[in-house]
Design a protein around this ligand. Sequence first.
Ligand SMILES: [Ca+2]
Ligand SMILES: [Ca+2]
Length: 365
Amino acid sequence: MNKCIKIILLGLIILIFSCKENNSSGQSAKISADVDVKVLASGLEHVWEIIWSNDKLWITQRSGKISQLDPATGQVKDILAINDVESRGEGGLLGMALHPDFNITPEVFVVYNYLAGGAYKEKVVKYTFNGTTLVNPQILIADIAASNIHNGSRLLISADNKLFITTGDASVKTNAQDISSLNGKILRINLDGSIPSDNPFPQNPVWTFGHRNAQGLVFAKGRLYSSEHGPNNDDEINTIEKGRNYGWPNVEGKCNLPGEIEFCSTNNIVEPIYNWTPTLAVCGMQYYDKDLIPQFKNSLLLCTLKQSTLYQLKLNNEGNAIQGINEIISGTYGRLRSICIALDGKIYVGTSNGNNDKIIVIGKK
Ligand SMILES: [Ca+2]
Ligand SMILES: [Ca+2]
């Protein structure tokens, strides 16, 4: 009996020692105890967007590739390499959206950077999926200024078939307060590229202004939420309201500094519902309402680049405040760019390290 206990104790000591060794091998890497995390695919390059549709994942990579990924096998099938994508700095092929009735209207919307007469630009193009590849490109909006930094751009289609587009200030701060500029905005257009008659500024695709560089966009609880990169301070989560001004570059984060308060009251600035200083580099964001991982319900799930962390942002019942923040994954996979949630409640996250990028799947333990 004594011998048996000794063997068990020795086994436990070995187990504890080996766990310690594993933990000390990397930088601070953390995965929440409640979830199971696996690498589904690797060898990718800046996974900018992931969308769940018909038991497949659609992804964009910044160099210009659109692919389909089978979540059962991890197999990646290339659908199209867009030949006029110009990838410079943060630019390239960015966001993507599928038509809300994709099985009836198989349209795919993408936003990317390109060259026009030597100038770096951004445009939104609609393709039709023929079952194999994407055909019949139609430009919906073009000639948006681009830069090596601050190009947005996340796409999102509402249930009433309006396309929302985030644009960065293209490193010209004053663009954001100028409603005649397409930059530093959230734009809203019809799915044929025309301007909806109920937009806040007549014959203008601008829906909201005063944005620096929003790269996350999701509908939930009757609201539109965005995540927006701050400079060295004040990353923001905003609730997007028609026609409103979100402050950049005159206001960073809340209306709290002496130089901001007057501008805020004169211009009726919308303050973020949450802001971070120092910044995390907030990016792709989704809303979790599935049963698979009950503790994530009523939360925004937020990818961060610099912080390399997937966060749970617990919303209050009205959805106008964040009540608590938890780390789901941190440090293990590097920069986290894109996220989607499948019908079964599993969460797919794309990395953006530029080398051997991955799609990871998060399920219940
Ligand atoms: Ca703001
Ligand atoms: Ca401030």
